[in-house]
Design a protein around this ligand. Structure first.
Ligand code: F6R
Ligand code: MG
Ligand code: MG
Length: 366
């Protein structure tokens, strides 16, 4: 049977700044999705959070870009904003809801969306990744390592069914264009693009052998939608596992290395991506460090079995400890690049005001 998995997220208000959602927001969103499940609009759902982002994980039969499903997510975010965030004066209530009315597709309206329709396999293990205080390009490094790095995914070398490699669909988020590239033969071209994490992001990945969808990620950039800074595009993605695709262990292993991502305080700093359990998915120190959560599910006839909180595991203690060390080191650089992002990637800046003020004091140097 065909099933669609839609992971849709939005920051619609946080407790004490931008660091976490509250249980009432999760409960209220769950009630809305339970109604949609009872009326058969969706098959199943799981509501969770990472940092200040509320995450709706839904399965249904409506396909991608479904107006009904996107409206359900939009209405749920509006409902929680009105009935919880605004009522309790949470900080940044409704922050990511950029439009006054639903326009048919939630993608261009602020919330982040990773979704795909696929044939459910006899057994369908899936890992959903959700991050806060960073951007979609944060997935570039770990997705490449899962699907194209033989030093990370052993199956690429030793499993016949992965050995042919994968097709990476890469999106230029500035030009709104996509390109399909094959690995391993075009790996260097893939890296030439996705090494620029602010501009080229992995949109989805397919197995070369049978064109099976392997991964789908959110690719929106809020700032490009709104034309100004309105909050970071904290990203989501999901990866199908096993039996011709990377094993679950190969999928989560890249996160044992806390690579640097853009985001953190005021969306203007580089920081390590720290893998954490849902209970530790609170962005505290310097509004971070950026965090990622991984939930493992089995699909069963379109229903979600699970989740298992994959980073709630001592096997990731070292990565967390390394993240703290890196965070400490970077903090000591204060306002200097590269701890602070380059001017064009910063979400907050006073540079123009400062330059205007000093305009008449700049002199030709001899
Ligand atoms: C970054 C983020 C926070 C805020 C910061 C300032 O994505 O959410 O780091 O940028 O707390 O927030 P405001 O401008 O709302 O005071
Ligand atoms: Mg926020
Ligand atoms: Mg956030």
């Amino acid at each position: 049977m065909k099933v669609t998995l839609s992971v849709i997220k939005a920051d619609i208000g946080s407790l004490a700044g931008h660091h976490t959602v509250i249980p009432e927001q999760i409960e209220e969103a769950s009630k809305q999705l339970q109604n949609a499940k009872t009326s058969d609009l969706i098959n199943d759902f799981h509501v969770t959070h990472v940092g200040d982002d509320l995450e709706l994980i839904m399965t249904h039969k409506m396909g991608i870009d479904s107006k009904e499903i996107h409206k359900l997510a939009w209405d749920t975010f509006i409902h929680v904003t009105e009935n919880v965030s605004k009522k309790l004066n949470l900080y940044g209530a409704g922050q990511d809801l950029l439009s006054d009315a639903f326009s048919g597709n939630i993608k261009a309206m602020g919330p982040g969306v990773a979704e795909a329709e696929f044939e459910e396999r006899e057994s369908e293990p899936i890992v959903v990744f959700m991050a806060d205080k960073t951007e979609p390009g944060a997935w570039n490094n770990p997705l490449f390592r899962m699907f194209a790095d033989p030093f990370s995914t052993a199956g690429l070398v030793i499993d016949e069914s992965l050995h042919d490699g994968f097709v990476f669909r890469v999106m230029d988020v500035e030009q709104n264009k996509i390109v399909d590239l094959k690995t391993p033969e075009e790996s260097y071209d893939v890296l030439a693009l996705i090494g620029n994490t602010g501009r080229y992001v992995i949109h989805s990945i397919y197995s070369k052998k049978n064109n099976v969808l392997a991964a789908a990620a959110s690719t929106s950039r809020l700032a490009l939608i709104a034309g100004k800074y309105v909050g970071k595009d904290d990203p989501v993605c999901f990866v199908r596992a096993q039996h011709g695709l990377p094993a679950v262990g190969e999928i989560i292993d890249p996160f044992a290395f806390p690579h640097l991502v853009a985001g953190w305080m005021r969306g203007s700093h580089n920081g390590p991506l720290m893998p954490v359990s849902v209970k530790d998915a609170k962005c505290t120190r310097f509004d971070g460090p950026p965090r990622v959560v991984a939930l493992g599910f089995q699909l069963s006839g379109g229903m979600l079995v699970g989740p298992s909180d994959m980073f709630d595991d001592p096997a990731f203690d070292l990565a967390r400890s390394k993240s703290n060390e890196i965070a400490d080191y970077l903090r000591r650089q204060g306002p200097f690049m590269p701890a602070r992002l380059a001017s064009e990637e910063m979400e907050y800046t006073t540079l123009k005001t400062v330059l205007d003020k000093l305009k008449n004091r700049f002199e030709e140097s001899s």
